[in-house]
Design a protein around this ligand. Structure first.
Ligand SMILES: Nc1nc2c(c(=O)[nH]1)N[C@H]1C(S)=C(S)[C@@H](COP(=O)(O)OP(=O)(O)OC[C@H]3O[C@@H](n4cnc5c(=O)[nH]c(N)nc54)[C@H](O)[C@@H]3O)O[C@H]1N2
Ligand SMILES: Nc1nc2c(c(=O)[nH]1)N[C@H]1C(S)=C(S)[C@@H](COP(=O)(O)OP(=O)(O)OC[C@H]3O[C@@H](n4cnc5c(=O)[nH]c(N)nc54)[C@H](O)[C@@H]3O)O[C@H]1N2
Ligand SMILES: [Mo]
Length: 557
């Protein structure tokens, strides 16, 4: 997030696009609801009429995969109405003229045609966002999980630059990070192309800095993304894999190809809390300790580095992740030295990978990572600090880009609408979009072990528009077969006008209705994120012995 969570109170207009905020980010969702009750305007743009759409000033339903056209179209109207921030554009941005040439072609009529949104609604949205400032944008996977995910984000940034909605309270571009510590994981280099703090592995100076600190030679080669590893395993190029806390057999697109890849590996290690679908495929399972059994930090969506404290001792044989990793690494160091030098491994005592505590690891992170430079456990003890925190005196940074952008001036980037990799056709006439519900978390590895949550949301429900249901003679709770070019799934229908005609929505929470058997592995060329939000499917009524309906979902229609 460019801005902090408490700053939501300062927003006059909020645009939620591609984020089911109240279900998937309930803390932020509650704050947004409160801001609306206090008079802020809310625009919700989502192919589904999600819960928060109920309290929106304006709800607009775009066809999945048409966000660039929508965002360019809003920019075009803002210019047409003279609502742009001329001073901000002149002082803080560049690339405006080249961008203008592209944006001008996104006329309201053309955008309405591509997105399915009425022209009047486009005008209302543009006038609200640009006219009732400060305005903030909130987005999540509905924007990024597309083959155009990278460009979708650029289109959002363009809109904020055009209206000067950056670097000030109540404004901002706010990607809502999904997992408790996905921000922290990226910050410390759990990415194939970066060391900590987004210092590039291909950058000689950065590499030298880490080589000096660690006393080893480091490869300048960018590694593989998860999707590339799975493709690589299928192609026989990746032979061994060590998975720490991911249930890829259920969470990655095209499950058949994922499971085939796992089975093809010579050796698979899975470090897990539970015996998941992926762990079942492993040669070795290393039992890991959960968040409650260890010390450390989580860096949340507003870049706040906060302490996590051990509440109980690790149960049974499980061990803390960093200790497992360090132990294996130390043995690798000694055995590789053994091979090189011919000396006895027992006599080697590797000087690296020797930590006594999580705090010691944080001290090393701080010494090598500019954004974390001022972090100590003592300083973050009470309520954490928001990076960048360049030094020990720095108070942290709630709002980014107040004086200038990371690259200096903000760059307008011309981006064009592009259809998803797979569009509906005669054989697969529906668009499947996938995501989550409030009650479960991802593959259910954790939440489906909670009896109360299972009672609330015991099974997959395919959201199906009432008109489509009527045409297929499908009643609420009746069984469907949903199939794509890659696989098929059986699940019950939830007949609801949350989704528009021709669109179905499924979660990926249920192993018995394995939604990712259907999804497409096509990725964004830059971000390499798979297009989990659009693929083409066929939906059929399934004559299946129906048990009594198990729908006891709270708030279900
Ligand atoms: N309860 C619960 N909370 C969670 C999670 C969970 O599993 N369960 N997971 C966490 C994680 S890791 C993440 S990443 C976040 C995800 O949080 P979100 O991204 O908010 O959730 P999703 O359900 O993946 O999708 C968001 C919205 O995108 C919409 N959408 C689909 N296609 C399009 C499109 O083409 N354009 C636009 N603009 N929108 C589209 C969907 O209708 C949906 O409402 O949630 C986090 N929070
Ligand atoms: N169709 C579809 N697929 C999707 C998405 C979508 O929207 N649609 N969203 C994608 C997104 S945004 C995400 S983030 C992924 C999530 O995909 P995954 O991360 O694969 O899903 P989880 O079920 O959260 O799996 C996390 C695992 O980590 C384990 N775990 C928890 N804590 C610890 C720990 O401290 N140590 C260790 N070693 N293990 C631990 C849990 O037991 C669990 O098995 O799914 C992606 N897949
Ligand atoms: Mo995520």
């Amino acid at each position: 997030m460019t801005n902090n969570i408490a700053d939501i109170d300062n927003c006059k207009t909020m645009l939620i696009i591609g984020s089911n905020t109240t279900e998937q980010h309930p803390v932020i969702g509650t704050r947004i609801r409160r801001a609306v009750r206090n008079g802020a305007k809310l625009i919700v743009a989502d192919p589904r009429a999600i819960d928060v759409a109920n309290m929106a000033t304006l709800y607009i339903r775009q066809r999945p995969g048409t966000d660039i056209a929508l965002l360019n179209g809003l920019a075009q109207i803002i210019l047409q109405e003279g609502l742009e921030d001329k001073e901000f554009i002149a002082q803080r941005t560049e690339g405006f003229d080249a961008w203008l040439k592209v944006v001008e072609t996104y006329t309201p009529a053309r955008v309405s045609e591509i997105t399915g949104i009425a022209v009047d609604d486009l005008f209302t949205a543009a006038r609200l966002y640009a006219g009732n400032k400060p305005s903030a944008i909130f987005y999540a996977m509905g924007i990024t999980q597309h083959t155009t995910g990278h460009n979708n984000v650029l289109a959002i940034a363009n809109l904020a630059l055009l209206t000067g909605n950056l670097g000030k309270p109540g404004a901002g571009v706010n990607p809502l990070r999904g997992q408790n510590n996905v921000q922290g994981s990226c910050d410390v280099g759990a990415l194939p192309n970066y060391f900590t703090g987004y210092q590039r592995v291909i950058d000689d100076a950065a590499r030298e800095k880490f080589q000096k600190a660690w006393g080893v030679e480091l490869s300048p080669k960018v590694g593989l993304t998860v999707g590339e590893m799975i493709k690589g395993a299928n192609a026989g190029q990746v032979r061994a894999m060590w998975i720490v806390g991911e249930n890829v057999a259920m969470s990655d697109p095209d499950s058949h190809h994922v499971v085939a890849a796992m089975n093809k590996l010579d050796f698979l290690v899975v470090q897990e809390l539970f015996m998941t679908e992926t762990a079942e495929l492993a040669d070795v399972v290393l039992p890991a300790a959960s968040f409650a059994e260890k010390d450390g930090t989580f860096t949340n969506t507003e870049r706040r580095i906060q302490r996590v404290r051990k509440a109980i001792e690790p149960i049974g044989d499980c061990r803390v992740d960093w200790e497992i990793v360090c132990d294996v690494a130390r043995r690798m160091v000694s055995s590789s030295k053994f091979q090189v030098s011919g000396s006895e491994p027992e006599t080697m005592e590797p000087e690296t990978w020797n930590y006594d505590s999580a705090e010691e690891i944080m001290n090393e992170i701080a010494s090598l990572t500019p954004q974390y430079g001022g972090v100590t456990y003592a300083r973050i003890d009470a309520k954490g600090l928001q990076w960048p925190i360049p030094n020990k005196e720095h108070p942290g940074t709630p709002i980014l880009h107040t004086q200038q952008f990371t690259r200096g001036k903000g760059m307008f980037s011309a981006v064009e609408h592009q259809e998803p990799a797979e569009s509906p056709d005669a054989a697969f006439p529906f668009t499947l979009t996938t995501g989550r519900i409030l009650q479960h978390y991802h593959t259910g590895a954790m939440t489906r072990r909670v009896a109360g949550l299972e009672q609330l949301a015991p099974e997959e429900r395919v959201e199906l528009n009432p008109d489509d249901a009527a045409q297929m003679n499908v009643g609420d709770g009746e069984w469907l077969r949903v199939s794509s070019r890659r696989g098929e799934v059986q699940a019950r229908a939830w007949v609801t006008d949350r989704v528009g005609r021709g669109v179905v929505f499924m979660t990926f929470h249920y192993a018995e209705a394995l939604t990712n058997a259907l999804t497409n592995t096509a990725v964004d060329p830059i971000a390499k994120i798979p297009e989990l939000k659009v693929c083409a499917v066929k939906v059929e009524k399934l004559e299946r012995e129906t048990q009594e309906s198990m729908f006891v979902m709270v708030g279900g229609k």
